[in-house]
Design a protein. Sequence first.
Length: 685
Amino acid sequence: MTNDTMGQLAVNTIRTLSIDAVQAAKSGHPGTPMALAPLVYTLWNRAMNFDPQDPIWPNRDRFVLSNGHASMLLWSILHLTRTQAVDADYEHLGHSSVSLDDIRRFRQLDSRAPGHPEYRWVSGVETTTGPLGQGVATSVGMAIAQKWLANRYNKPGFTMFDYNIYAVCGDGCMMEGVASEAASFAGHLGLDNLCWIWDNNHITIEGDTNITFTEDVAARFLSYGWNVLRVGDANDVDRIEHALGVFRKTAGRPTFIVLDSHIGYGSPNRQDTPAAHGEPLGPEEVKLTKRAYGWPEDAQFLVPDGVCDHFAAGIGRRGAAARGSWTTLFAAYRAAHPDLATEIDQMQRRGLPAGWDRNLPSFPADPKGVAGRDASGKVLNVLAQNIPWLIGGSADLGPSNKTALTYEGAGSFQAGTPGGKNLHYGIREHAMGAVVNGLSLSKLRGYGSTFFIFSDYARPAIRLSALMELPAIHVFTHEAMGDGEDGPTHQPVEHLASLRAIPGLVTLRPGDANEVVEAYRYIMQLRHEPAVLALSRQPLPTLDRTKYAPAAGVAKGAYVLADAPGSAPDVILIATGSELCLAVEAHEQLIKEGIRSRVVSMPSWDIFDHQPREYRDSVLPPGVKARVAIEQASTLGWERYVGDGGRVIGMKTFGASAPLKELQKRFGFEPGRVVAAVKELLGKS
Ligand SMILES: Cc1ncc(C[n+]2csc(CCOP(=O)(O)OP(=O)(O)O)c2C)c(N)n1
Ligand SMILES: [Mg+2]
């Protein structure tokens, strides 16, 4: 068999595996894998440097399937290349990532061939996709990370990082705003290690794209500063290969390849129809389609002899050779640049360098206090010097978020200065969230920042950071009504509740400057969870920690900050963030009046909920039913801590535009209100 016929056989294997898997599952998306099999074949077998034996080799090319509904493309290629499985501890498990049995059980419980590509669940998946646009946006973070890694670690004679990022996307991704934000950012940064391939099939679920999408996409990408290429026939593997070659030779700009394709290619009655997108072909059409491919009509899940070997001789051999020479080079690099080699090791395992928390500030007691955002800025500037691979920035609110790294040499990440640690995301919060995920997936510690209210604009990406179990860091300031005069458009109400509802996301709202320090100390040690920091705009009194409990309690999510002397309390005040000092003020007054109150600082529900029951009961003794929670946010959910008999002083409406003091008065965030609530609870009013 010639190489060409073998290639055609490989392409048709991807197609028929996809068709059979969708048919067996009675659900899924056959049409796009049928159309894009030649693309994926060419990318993987002729272009990418990826070693199926070691899918986490740091210098591998990245493949992102942004049109995640076409997941069968990934499951087929991972199976046919015999990509190996790796676990969360980076151990190679000695078996295939995706077996033929997994493919037979496509979309079934526990199969390694789920409905959409899932990072952490299937080795070889570089990022979770399914929400359209996310994959391509995330790929921009990956490309930024590659540039940063190359700048720091490549040395004369040692090219440790020169990989490329390939992202495949459909019409849906092109319509989504996040892709536009990300493409604009990538064009600005001139990320020439990034190649997007657009499956231009004119079909989405509701029909031909001419019902809604008639812009000139290529012109849009030209205006973003991308190199735009076109391959007029998705079956022409040589032209695809040529275009990928042009991408690799193009300097200074990312590449966008328009690939004209036919969804459901080869299916006599489904090709070019929306039905090919998301419905099984049905047994009759499967036969007709297989006949059109010259495939045995009744064979199912057929992998003809020689197909896996063909991949082994292509990507397998090329990938093994590339990884082999990299490994040899890295051994020499370790001798020549031991410190940098150690950094690469640590980063790959999501570790931290020795002394990562040295020089963290400690804030003296101060009634005037420090704003959460200012404390955060100080901490970030220390951490970024201790942890070389901590990089990030803000969506054009750096001066407000205090996220700028201002120390000598921190620099700005730009096309000509890829070593800069300050990212200027521009006013692109959604892309920022995805870029932070891309940085995280590349093993950097990335952070993004904006006002807490605009976390909504980044939410889909934050959700994915939790789903992917990435230690992404989201720094949000102006976390309540502290920006007073800006009014209700800028005052978050439901955001804490909504972020707390995301499984696995650690949300922290520290109550004074030292709690900010401890929050960062906790976050930096996370390896598989993202974190959201909600920080105050306005100064918060720095509590006297000789009088009150140490801020190290933050690591337990909630801790007893102040207590009545002697036996059990009559009442527990629970507060977070800017309401902590309010709780303390009320507490002091209650103590003076002979009411035994306790203050619990609860910066993080999530962390607290993960403590042993014994600890939780020691902080919130089940016998003490009189409880008041105070938080300048939606009251939703606080019942679980205050119980039926408790009170929640929170927000039931949007805020208003006025100086903060007025708002505190209007919405009842004053010590008198807390004291009154306590007395009412205790029947002393
Ligand atoms: C953010 C988001 N919105 C909607 C969907 C539901 N959805 C899945 S695929 C699809 C149509 C995608 O069309 P296209 O990208 O052209 O894919 P093709 O059918 O051509 O493969 C839609 C609307 C989604 N997955 N993500
Ligand atoms: Mg389409």
